[in-house]
Design a protein around this ligand. Structure first.
Ligand SMILES: [Mn+2]
Length: 236
């Protein structure tokens, strides 16, 4: 049984934010990591993949929509706008063959048995889709069909980049927030699980991160930099 689990979601290619969270997690005595998807889509895809793939011990991964799009090089043919398509293809070009295979081999969800919480289900968007958003203000009636067939009491999600902890239809739903492309927060957001739930925001040197983003060559680098400098109040 896991004692202390770090739920690390939506890194979005921000290695500076990830490094700060990994250090914080170590200080918190984390023994198990769950990476909740959207690892590479962003300014430092290769570095982030190197970091997470080199971790040893109890490490779990699930696939986010952006991992799918980078891994399979989604473009405008798949209905994406030109900017998103360009970023997908640029990210894909930065990754090694091994890193791409890793992304393409990820599972949609994972369960971990956690001290004090029992069996916890980790998904990226909702239990039925990696693109379906659960927000802090999503009406309960919209959430019900997403969770009705889930057997676990606690569900961890991400995708919408803002943390929350709410109980809906007998399910405790926790959004871990985003490590690297956060909304409504300045730091790198994640969740520490076991025996309670703690939504954490780890401070990091975001100005240094912005300098690296501007040097990265990612398409729309100024938009990524602006997002990190001035986090929007609402998620994507
Ligand atoms: Mn996502």
């Amino acid at each position: 049984m896991a004692q202390r689990v770090a739920a690390i979601y939506d890194i979005h290619g921000n290695a500076s934010a990830l490094d700060a969270v990994l250090l914080d997690a170590e200080r918190c005595g984390v023994d198990t990591f769950v990476f909740g998807g959207d690892l590479a889509w962003g300014p430092q895809p290769r570095l982030v993949m190197e970091r997470v793939m080199s971790l040893v011990g109890n490490v779990h991964f699930i696939k986010g929509n952006a991992d799918r799009e980078v891994g399979e090089r989604y473009g405008v043919e798949q209905g994406l706008d030109e900017g998103t398509a360009k970023i997908n293809q640029w990210c894909s070009d930065q990754l090694t063959h091994e890193q791409l295979e890793f992304l393409n081999g990820l599972k949609d969800n994972v369960t971990v048995n956690i001290d004090g919480l029992g069996e916890v289900l980790f998904v990226h968007g909702s239990p039925r889709s990696d693109e379906e958003a659960i927000r802090r203000d999503t009406p309960e009636s919209e959430i019900e069909p997403m969770v009705v067939s889930v057997r676990q009491f606690t569900i961890i999600c991400g995708h919408t980049h803002i943390q929350f902890d709410r109980t809906v239809f007998g399910k405790r739903i926790i959004n871990a927030g985003s490590v690297g492309l956060q909304s409504a927060a300045r730091g790198a957001c994640w969740a520490l699980l076991g025996p309670d739930v703690e939504l954490r925001e780890t401070e990091y040197d975001y100005q240094h991160a912005v300098a690296l983003i501007r040097q990265s060559g990612v398409p729309m680098a100024n938009d990524f930099a602006d997002h990190v400098l001035n986090p929007p109040a609402e998620g994507p």
